[in-house]
Design a protein around this ligand. Structure first.
Ligand SMILES: O=C(O)c1ccccc1NCC(=O)[C@H](O)[C@H](O)COP(=O)(O)O
Length: 263
């Protein structure tokens, strides 16, 4: 199964980075960053009628290479200029051709909250996210124990970071809620078959209480998808491929932000 392979390669790559920068040195680096606990992303997510989290994505296991000319700085600039609530930056190397350096460089050029999009399996990766300018991390319930979920959420909070807790079914929603997730991301992509269906969000949203922020992830390909998800009551949508294929990303986000639930 792809998730097992993703976790294995994530562990291998993390261990290689740990040989260059050990956890103690990384923590000392993080300690020099001023602590900001304003959780801007969560405030915006709660306040906006529908937040767009725009993803910087070069390649994926399901689609291979999405774009040959990958100008990640320009892409991030367009996302920020269009008013994306946050920018998701893939940092996984082997399957998404991501890189921590993309996150670090984008962070130096924008004040838009940044999500480190990766397969978080160890506190080391949360410190790395912080050190490289992210204010949001992704925690995928399917690859974590309940104990890890709780302790990773606690660590993120201590560092002033938000966490999107990603789920695929009701059992995972229950586990996310038991760990006190403040933001749940329902992934519409079935990670066994790669099939994508917005019905996943539409069917599962009723299990997410109204005091928990809700994001719908993956498979958004047209304006009507946004209006459907708005109608289902989500606070935000995470969009990768649709934006990466657009030749005018700023105009596309601007128009998606205007979509009404009746459109
Ligand atoms: O995108 C994939 O093929 C994929 C495969 C296996 C695990 C995760 C995967 N994607 C990560 C994501 O969560 C998406 O990049 C993100 O939700 C945006 O999805 P999309 O709009 O469909 O590009």
């Amino acid at each position: 199964m792809i998730l097992d392979e993703l976790v294995q390669s994530t562990r291998r790559n993390m261990q290689a980075r740990q040989k260059v920068l050990n956890i103690d040195a990384l923590m000392r680096q993080v300690a020099t960053i001023p602590l900001n606990k304003n959780f801007l992303f969560e405030k915006k997510l709660a306040a906006d009628s529908l937040s767009i989290i725009a993803e910087v994505k070069k390649a994926s296991p399901s689609k291979g290479v999405l774009v040959n000319h990958f100008s990640y700085m320009q892409i991030a600039e367009e996302y920020a200029a269009a008013g994306a609530t946050a920018i998701s930056v893939l940092t996984e190397k082997d399957h998404f051709q991501g890189n921590l350096k993309f996150l670090q460089e984008i962070a130096a050029s924008t004040s838009t909250p940044l999500l480190r999009k990766d397969f978080t399996i160890d506190p080391y990766m949360i410190y790395e996210a912080k050190a490289n300018g992210a204010s949001i991390i992704l925690l995928i319930v399917a690859i974590l124990t309940n104990q890890q979920l709780k302790s990773f959420l606690r660590l993120a909070n201590t560092l002033g970071m938000s966490a999107i807790v990603e789920v695929h079914n009701k059992n995972e929603i229950d586990r996310a809620l038991a760990a006190h997730a403040r933001i749940i991301g329902i992934n519409n992509r079935n990670l066994k078959t790669f099939d994508v269906s917005l019905q996943t969000t539409i069917q599962l949203q009723k299990y997410v209480p109204s005091n928990v922020l809700l994001i719908s992830e993956s498979g958004i390909k047209k304006k009507q998808d946004i209006s459907k998800l708005k109608q289902a009551g989500v606070n935000g949508v995470l969009i990768g491929e649709y934006l990466m294929h657009s030749t005018n990303k700023k105009a596309l986000i601007t128009s998606l932000r205007k979509v009404d639930h009746l459109d």
